[in-house]
Design a protein around this ligand. Sequence first.
Ligand code: ZN
Length: 444
Amino acid sequence: MGEDFLNRGMETMTPSELVAVQESKLRKQVEYVCEGSPFYQRKFAEAGLTAADVATLEGLARLPFTTKEELRDSQLADPPLGNHAVAPMREVIRIHSSTGTTGRPSYVGITHHDALVWRDLTTRSLYTQGVRKEDIVIHAVGLTMFVGGLPVKDATEHLGATLVPIGTGASEKVVMALRSLHASVLHCTPSYAVYLAEYVRSHYGMDPKELGLERIISGAEPGAGIPAVRKRIENDWGVRLTEGLGNADMAPIIFGECPEQRGMHFNAQEYIIPEIIDPDSGERLGIEEGVSGELVYTAIDRECCPLLRFRTRDRVVVTATSCGCGRTSFQLRCVGRTDDMLIVLGVNVFPTAVKDIVASLVPETTGEMQIALEKPGPGVAPPMRIMVEYGADVSDLPSLKSRLEGLLKDRLSIPSKVELVPPETLPRYDMKGQLVRKLYEEAR
Ligand SMILES: [Zn+2]
């Protein structure tokens, strides 16, 4: 059983032990930030707080949030990394980027120490997902600025597994590597796992199962947490699918799902403090099974860009607080981003919920869909327009359409107008899927 945890001490701590570890590091981080970050010096002063006031988990709740908009403004005002960055540029060994809310990327720097911290917590998340030294891992995600690219490469190699760096847009190479190297693990987005199965069938006339994959580890979008999508990927490939969740401004893979598959375990015990808040009131919610809200992170071991109470805009649900695998950290699923949420007749709808319904009707649908928005959300004038690909063998389209509209009404309480389109007509993605199609010009 010794190899069930990468770091047994950290992964099986009691809640009070965890608080002690986190508070001692929080105190140091806050002092560091108050000394070196003009951004936080201003924030603390405006809130009338001193470093000592937020040196405990309880005190931390008094500190105002840090938002993505603030980071963007800080970077525009004080390039290249912004005045929230603390370490001098000569200590920065790499720069990644995160997509901003307006499409303009923001830059995230890491020092040598930050890189080691990222490597440690990401390795822990990969190990939680079952990746071992014996595995050959095909890395089919972006290898450039993307935080899930090179840092996950570092972690995979640190674990001792064999990395095959393929990147995106190279399905032929992925299939070749699967056939000739007998890779056991594929790391990619759930959209790509779906796409690649179709590709293997259409280009090679093969059943993807014949390629002998054992596991797919996925991330970067909520797809793997959508039950019907997960089932489809697992059936297509004959694998176990687990997912991870990170954040470009915080760390590569902060949560990782264990083989019990009940959600993603928190894996950055001594590096990050997670909070779940009510997205409207900003109130901190208790981390208990069933609680849902927005995920907020505080870095407690970061040199370059230490963020305190950073609002991720990720909407999550706590799925468990104990687990058969023995890890004591809580587990969650991500249902989408605040930016993706739509409101129809006062009802909040995440596109992932629509996707789940469409994918649950495979093979009558191909599982592919897009919500068509005439105007910027979140408000959507009813009925919601949804384009859905029907399956290749479907003849009675009117009855499929009314079945889908009925399910959307029953399960999500929204009126919809489903437009059935032929198979293979909606776009496919090798990175994140787009569940929403904007029919309007975007203001910049
Ligand atoms: Zn577990």
